[in-house]
Design a protein around this ligand. Structure first.
Ligand code: FMN
Length: 773
């Protein structure tokens, strides 16, 4: 561990690993963490990403990749402590709980393999997308009735009147709890949260124990009722019916425990997420108005709300063996608090991570629902509810405002949402008073893959300039001059080239100054045998034109810790390399640029490169007899040198061959501009199985579908961008099977190892692949 000074020893490692002052001072029960857990631990993510908290007796994990890695490996990092009381109870409270016969046992969230997966599979069906579609009308009706009740009042506490109440009722319907039994649930749920994830004082513990004991008995009573008639559509009725078929998998003790835990899981998290989302949007008025004006943005905005201000701040795991997280040794038995709220704002994973951007393409990659085998089963029900709530509120109360108030949170490590959210509006301005048709508008709910085109940004072309033969530099700005999401070198944007009904999407690397937050600049080569994209850009890039743009995204990030950078560009591949060079210069890094092209007049940005990068720039114009000799230029790749390259395939192939003899594997980083991928031809493909080790599922990939498509159909969230085997964002780890690689991302060594694949295009040579998903 790094840190300023040593104050206390960590009891987990025998040698007493030092604990820094900030780590020692960390408490998740204070105001700072409650108000914004993502921000409260930002210091740790940057300085001490895995630290020991003496206050908790837990290791706290804060970076995206580390949190995901812990979620992914539920064997090394067991979920068994997920529902353990984080504050040990006093004897008196334990006795109270015993007096109620409290016997909370394993539920899905805290269950190890091999028991967990068979249960999950047996009980999963009601959570699948087709089953959830059936629930949409019910959710919409309840949300509408809730708004009906207060729409003319002018002021309301949205939490009590809608955002808590509706998820609770939906959850009870979904679970199959009889309506008459809903009454005391709020008190019970809060007690369960404080009991499990909070820090109740001794006197409070006894009160909480009574409520939890009552909750336990209540759950038993509801379950008994359901057992008498298990024919209804609820998930608990379904579970009871499944018990008859699989009595060893779905046991009595399990049913009682899941009845209680399920009630909390099914509504608290959604209620909090909804309140966080509305608060976040109203605090950023222009964002709220953007959703009112463009309701098609709502599905993606929901993901961005869950990323930026999710309702599940942190979760828990225990190490089952000596291991490490992010390079920090973790001993067997050590407990981990993995903080999704901080990971979700990790700039290593999300460009301009602090910014709330409803158009962020990668918003759905948040870890708020967890990841892997234990990922939240109800995630798509929650998504549906959140989308419908925002649709109803933005349509019927677009003039909603936050009342000034102090927000209160129940102090605990994991569940976060304001207890009240007071809003006001002028009922005379309600749109439905002037136009009753407003009530007939029905925006679609998106379950699964969000629509990419819905989130594009309309940008104005403000400058076009020819910078070489067939290459133009284009400057794009927001029409209202608002600042754009920031980006780092290597990032690209997607441009939708729209011709009638046909939309071609093409990627272009950002190559203007990264510190200019009011414009994106791209350099576009008109390809001689254009498939339509670059031709469209050249024909349409005139000042004042509108381009529809998505991103920025970055799959070609610069390692700012490298001792030396060698930047290699061929032809139009200069665009991301130019951005890397600018960044390297601004950071004072040691770098050199090798830029090859046919002739100077074909080489874009030469003047700028010469004036900004001086003798760090080496140019090679083949028509002038000056060829780039890669073997010579890269003869001296030592440890600590990183090579970044973008250019034609033959250049990349030559680099890959050279890289085999470099001291550090992974020192070569390549950005590809083109793929060799044609359309999927079902007549020459064969079907195969993909076995998902983390999720415990086996899926059949038919000849006319990609692995990516098949995964998405089965509720597996997986990111993707180009879907042409170029960008690497849909990569999945392969544990077994012979991959038929069709991407251009993986080098020869990676292909031969069969340990990773791009799911958008690669397939199986045989009849089965095992993926670590
Ligand atoms: N082409 C450019 O002309 N300039 C660029 O900066 C650029 N950046 C790219 C970045 C990425 C990540 C990818 C995948 C491609 C990039 N391309 C770039 C290639 C274009 O997206 C596109 O493939 C090319 O213009 C040819 O398209 P066309 O055949 O439809 O004309």
């Amino acid at each position: 561990m790094t840190g300023e000074s040593v104050t206390q020893g960590c009891p987990v490692t025998p040698q007493g690993c030092p604990v820094s002052d900030r780590a020692a001072a960390f408490t998740p029960f204070g105001d700072e963490y409650q108000h914004d857990p993502g921000a409260a631990l930002a210091w740790a993510r940057e300085e001490e990403p895995v630290f020991y908290s003496p206050e908790l007796g837990y290791w706290v994990v804060t970076r995206y990749e580390d949190v995901k890695a812990v979620f992914r490996d539920n064997i090394t990092f067991s979920p068994s402590i997920a529902l353990e009381k984080i504050t040990p109870t006093i004897t008196e409270a334990d006795e109270v709980l015993r007096s109620y016969g409290y016997a909370m046992n394993r539920t899905l969230v805290n269950e190890d393999e091999p028991e967990h997966m068979p249960r999950r599979r047996v009980l999963m069906e009601p959570f699948t997308a087709p089953a959830l579609v059936e629930r949409e009308d019910m959710v919409r009706r309840m949300a509408r009735e809730a708004v009906d009740a207060f729409v003319d009042d002018g002021e309301v506490d949205l939490v009590t009147e809608m955002l808590y109440q509706v998820p609770l009722t939906v959850a009870m319907r979904f679970l199959g709890v009889p309506e008459e039994d809903i009454g005391p649930l709020k008190e019970y749920s809060v007690a369960h949260t404080v009991n499990t994830w909070g820090r109740p004082k001794p006197e409070e513990q006894v009160r909480v124990a009574h409520a939890v004991g009552n909750f336990w008995q209540y759950a038993g009573h509801v379950l008994d009722k359901i057992r008498q008639d298990p024919s209804g559509p609820g998930w608990m009725q379904y579970s009871v019916r499944r018990q008859a078929e699989h009595p060893d998998v779905v046991t009595d003790s399990y049913l009682h425990s899941i009845m209680m835990a399920g009630i909390v899981a099914a509504h608290e998290t959604t209620a909090h997420a909804a309140a966080n989302a509305v608060k976040l949007l109203l605090e950023r008025r222009e964002r709220w108005e953007e959703l009112c004006a463009h309701p098609a943005l709502i599905p993606n905005a929901v993901e961005e709300c869950l990323r930026h201000s999710g309702s599940v701040a942190a979760w828990r795991r225990v190490a089952t063996t000596d291991t490490e997280v992010g390079g920090v040794p973790i001993a067997e038995g050590a407990k981990l608090l993995i903080v999704q709220a901080t990971a979700n704002r990790d700039p290593r994973h999300f460009e301009d991570a602090e910014r709330f951007d409803p158009r962020r393409e990668s918003a759905g990659e948040h870890l708020t629902f967890g990841y892997g085998a234990h990922q939240c089963m109800g995630k798509n029900l929650a998504r549906m509810e959140l989308q419908i709530f925002l649709q109803e509120l933005t349509t019927r109360l677009p003039h909603l405002e936050l009342v000034e108030q102090d927000f209160q949170y129940v102090p605990n490590t994991s569940f976060r949402g304001p207890e009240h959210l007071r809003v006001r509006w002028d009922p005379a301005r309600n749109p439905e008073r002037h136009d009753p048709q407003v009530l007939n508008v029905r925006h679609p709910v998106t379950i699964g893959e969000p629509s990419k085109h819905a989130i594009s940004r309309a940008m104005t072309v403000t400058h076009v300039e020819r910078v070489a033969e067939r290459v133009v530099r284009i400057r794009l700005e927001e029409p209202d001059g608002k600042p754009l999401p920031a980006w780092t070198s290597g990032a690209h944007i997607d441009v939708d080239c729209v011709d009638g009904d046909e939309v071609l999407t093409r990627q272009f690397s950002l190559c203007g100054p990264a510190e200019d937050h009011h414009a994106y600049e791209i350099g576009v080569l008109l390809e001689t045998d254009s498939r339509g994209g670059s031709r469209w850009v050249h024909e349409n890039a005139v000042e004042g034109a509108t381009f529809h743009v998505r991103g920025p995204r970055n799959h070609f990030r610069l390692d700012a810790d490298a001792e030396r950078l060698v930047l290699v560009a061929g032809g139009i591949g200069i665009t991301p390399v130019l951005a890397h060079a600018d960044r390297a210069k601004s950071m004072g890094l040691d770098y050199e640029i090798h830029y090859a092209g046919r002739a100077a007049e074909h080489m874009a940005f030469l003047d700028r490169l010469r004036s900004d990068h001086g003798d760090r720039l080496h140019t090679y114009a083949s028509a002038e007899g000056h060829r780039l000799d890669l073997a010579r230029v890269l003869a001296d790749v030592r440890a600590g040198t990183q090579v970044y390259a973008c250019g034609p395939d033959r250049m990349v192939q030559a680099l890959e061959e050279l890289a085999e003899s470099w001291p550090e594997p992974g020192a070569l980083h390549v950005e590809h501009f083109s793929s060799a991928l044609g359309a999927l031809d079902p007549s020459i493909e064969h079907a195969f199985d993909v076995v998902l080790s983390d999720s415990g599922l086996t899926l059949r990939v038919p000849p006319d579908k990609t692995v990516l498509h098949t995964l998405r159909e089965h509720n597996i969230d997986i990111q993707s961008d180009c879907e042409e085997g170029l960008c690497g964002s849909c990569e999945a780890p392969v544990l077994a099977g012979d991959v038929d690689h069709r991407d251009v991302v993986l080098g020869r060594g990676d292909r031969a190892a069969h340990s990773r694949m791009m799911t958008c295009c690669s397939r199986a040579h045989g009849d089965r692949l095992v993926l670590q998903l």
